[in-house]
Ligand binder design. Structure first.
Ligand code: ATP
Length: 320
């Protein structure tokens, strides 16, 4: 392959720019050309496409967000949209496509693959909820952002002897809550993959107080319920005066960590290697520190993401 395209789609994640940069620089190194597609699949269908040079990706590795912009474009689920996208790529002479995004974006790449167009999906989402990879681009940055906020909230919780519920992102996955719960020394972690018993949560708070704990931090994954709802349930059992903090979109922004930049660079370069050899229909992952490629159809049809639930057990053992 001589000419490929790259787009970012779905929720933005820190490190997407580093991934685009790697795709462009590695392609140029291999004597290939890269076309950037603005606004994800929406821009692909509309033909919002331009050639990217080495300089277009200069001063980008450290920036959060995505300079190619992202969009939600549900119409891409229709065959009409997919065929139009392929037609646009043919018009520009693009022979393969790198799709950087979450599981929804992978569905777009899956659809193009089924039409015979070579795609490579790179996992880009703070949620870490993609099958076939231990980590996604953006996850490490997001958990460090959440951790900074949790450390600050802990100061207040301790000073006022308070119970805080901190709602974190993650869609239906508990990874962000698990990692930040362990890293912040949270008393309890509530995630969708594990049930919870509100009377037991209340009991744990009381026990902690009796042992002389000055604060209770509960990290709640958004996939369970929202923080205010959870606090109301707790306050209905006892008057804990629970405070709620919903971290929201601060979790998505910011300069990527070293780990996210390195991961994004490795994924970007690997995608180019594969497309250069004419290999598509793939998505990349890092498994036990090795960058590997999976069949994208098999990944979406048969694989499931599961967070590291050992962290849940660990937290129960060491947090009280
Ligand atoms: P995140 O989880 O971080 O928000 P995401 O990639 O899962 O990222 P989505 O909004 O679910 O975000 O998907 C991004 C885009 O992928 C959609 O707006 C749409 O253009 C495309 N897409 C999603 N589902 C499909 C599908 N079933 N078929 C084709 N394209 C799809």
């Amino acid at each position: 392959m001589k000419r490929i395209g790259v787009l970012t789609s779905g929720g933005d994640a820190p490190g997407m720019n580093a991934a685009i940069r790697a795709v462009v620089r590695k392609s140029l190194h291999e004597g290939m050309e890269v076309y950037g597609i603005n606004y994800g699949f929406a821009g692909l269908v509309a033909g919002d496409i331009r050639k990217l040079s080495r300089r277009d990706v200069g001063d980008m590795i450290q920036r959060g967000g995505t300079f190619l912009y992202s969009a939600r474009y549900p119409q891409f689920a229709t065959e009409e949209g997919q065929l139009k996208a392929i037609e646009q790529m043919k018009r520009f002479g693009i022979e393969g496509l790198v799709v950087i995004g979450g599981d929804g974006s992978y569905r777009g790449a899956y659809a193009l693959t089924k039409h015979g167009f070579p795609c490579v999906g790179l996992p880009g989402t703070i949620d870490n909820d993609i099958p076939g990879t231990d980590y996604t681009i953006g996850f490490d940055t997001a958990i460090n952002t959440v951790l900074e906020a949790l450390d600050r909230i802990r100061d207040t919780a301790t000073s006022h002897v308070r119970t805080f519920v901190i709602e974190v992102m993650g869609r239906d996955a508990g990874d962000i809550a698990l990692w930040t719960g362990v890293a912040s020394g949270a008393e309890q972690i509530i995630i969708p993959e594990k049930g919870f018993d509100i009377t037991q949560v209340a009991e744990n708070i009381r026990e902690g107080r009796e042992k002389g704990k000055k604060h209770t931090i509960i990290v709640l994954a958004e996939g369970v319920m929202n923080g205010h709802e959870f606090a109301e349930k707790l306050d209905a059992i006892d008057n804990f005066h629970v405070r709620v903090s919903t971290l929201g979109h601060v979790q998505r922004g910011g300069s990527p960590t070293a780990r996210d930049r390195v991961l994004a660079s490795q994924f970007g370069a690997k995608a180019v290697d594969l497309l250069k050899q004419g290999k598509g229909g793939l998505c990349l992952g890092i498994v036990k520190e090795e960058i590997i490629a999976h069949d994208i159809i098999d990944t979406l049809d048969n694989m499931k993401h599961t967070p590291n639930l050992d962290l849940y057990t660990l937290n129960e053992e060491i947090s009280n």
